[in-house]
Design a protein around this ligand. Structure first.
Ligand SMILES: *Cc1c(COP(=O)(O)O)cnc(C)c1O
Length: 391
């Protein structure tokens, strides 16, 4: 069976993506093995709770967490994490979300961890309470988050503390984990884009996070609309209950193995996460991609990417270039291209034929970044030609 070209049929242009696995450009490029697993998964009926139980075992193995579920992305995982922290096993609270005004619903978030994705926590009904300061980010001082700043904010209405993991915030995590552990408050970590390296699958759980969110549709190479929520078994079970379809007869319902029914005083209705249900195709696709990601030879893959970057660089005579190796980025290697008007050049490339995307993450220091994470090998030559024309 020959594959149709859906984009040509729809009149949507294919883009040369040297900007990374960006959600707005469609996320990861899936390996054929993942595509085939999804197709096979679509050809059967299964119990979705049983499928998430199986996913939980695999996610637990690779993350070191007690449990895990497949979500429709890291943002969905954060909303479910907040919902789990607020509701726990309480079906009445599950039924009330996102209207949580009458019970504890505060999530503490350090100002240096406040990203645009914090909205996903608030979407569950949580009230976000900003703590600490941002002296380093503002260039005003040297101090980072301190334990007392979390402790003084811990009132009886706090249900969780939230962190966003990245190179700049990593140093805060042990402090946050220690305070959370001592006060039995769950620590939720947004680690959406912290893969690779694959060691980071375990890193945040080891550091003491109670719930960790990963994107499935970025470097993991899974379906674009997939992600992982890994963590404490009771919290993951609450998240799962609030995501599953619950149009069930209480008499015949068999809860997933993750759920201890004796903890429930009734059968939950459709929860806050019902609108971001993970399909069987996403679940199987994510697990297949996760398996490939764990087994991959990162050093060999990065070396191959470096060869391609050097080859492209060789075609850009006169440009100011810097190849940043994987050892320095902590992820895949990239090629930095210094240009005076980075955003003007970026806009021109995006409007070209074919449209070309470089990462704008360092545009403020007059650099466009060629990130080869999802760059198709057949795009190397047209990419180099487009860059030569513009630079
Ligand atoms: C991409 C990203 C998200 C959202 O992930 P999705 O899988 O697209 O939902 C959340 N937080 C951070 C830091 C991200 O980079």
């Amino acid at each position: 069976m020959a594959l149709a070209d859906p984009y040509r049929d729809l009149g949507v242009r294919r883009r040369i993506n040297a900007a990374g696995a960006l959600t707005r450009l469609g996320g990861a490029i899936m390996a054929p093995e993942v595509v085939l697993a999804m197709a096979a998964a679509s050809r059967a009926s299964v119990d979705m709770g049983e499928l998430q139980d199986a996913a939980s075992k695999r996610i637990a193995e690779v993350t070191g967490a007690e449990a895990g579920i497949v979500t429709t992305g890291a943002a969905a995982a954060l909303t479910l994490a907040a919902a789990a922290a607020i509701a726990g096993w309480d079906v009445a609270k599950m039924a009330a979300l996102p209207h949580a005004e009458s019970f504890p619903r505060d999530i503490l978030i350090p100002r240096t961890h406040r990203t645009g994705y914090a909205h996903a926590l608030a979407a569950a009904g949580a009230r976000l309470i900003d703590i600490g300061h941002n002296d380093r980010g503002a260039g005003a001082g040297v101090r980072g988050l301190e334990a007392w700043e979390i402790e003084t904010a811990l009132t009886s209405s706090v249900v969780a503390v939230a962190a966003a993991a990245n190179v700049a915030t990593m140093a805060d995590l042990p402090v946050m984990a220690a305070v959370c552990k001592a006060n039995r408050i769950p620590l939720i970590v947004d680690a959406a884009a912290q893969l690779p390296p694959k060691e980071n699958l375990r890193r945040f759980t080891t550091l003491g996070a109670d719930l960790v969110a990963f994107s499935g549709g970025k470097a993991l190479g899974g379906p674009q609309a997939s992600g992982i929520l890994a963590g404490r078994r009771d919290l993951v079970a609450s998240a799962l209950l609030q995501q599953l379809d619950m149009d069930v007869s209480p008499e015949t319902w068999r809860p997933p193995g993750l759920v201890e029914r004796t903890n429930l005083r009734g059968v939950p209705h459709h929860g806050i996460g019902r609108g971001f249900k993970a399909g069987k195709e996403e679940i199987v696709g994510l697990l297949t991609a996760l398996d490939r990601f764990v087994k991959a030879d990162d050093a060999a893959a990065n070396a191959a990417l470096e060869v391609r970057l050097r080859d492209i660089a060789g075609q850009l005579d006169g440009a100011k270039l810097r190849l940043v190796p994987a050892s320095e980025t902590g992820r895949a290697p990239v090629l930095e291209i210094a240009v005076a008007d980075a955003l003007v050049v970026s806009a021109r490339l995006q409007r070209g034929d074919p449209p070309v995307h470089l990462s704008e993450r360092h545009a403020a220091r007059s650099v466009l970044t060629l990130d080869p994470q999802v760059l198709l090998p057949e795009h190397d030559a047209p990419l180099a030609a487009a860059l030569r024309a513009v630079l």
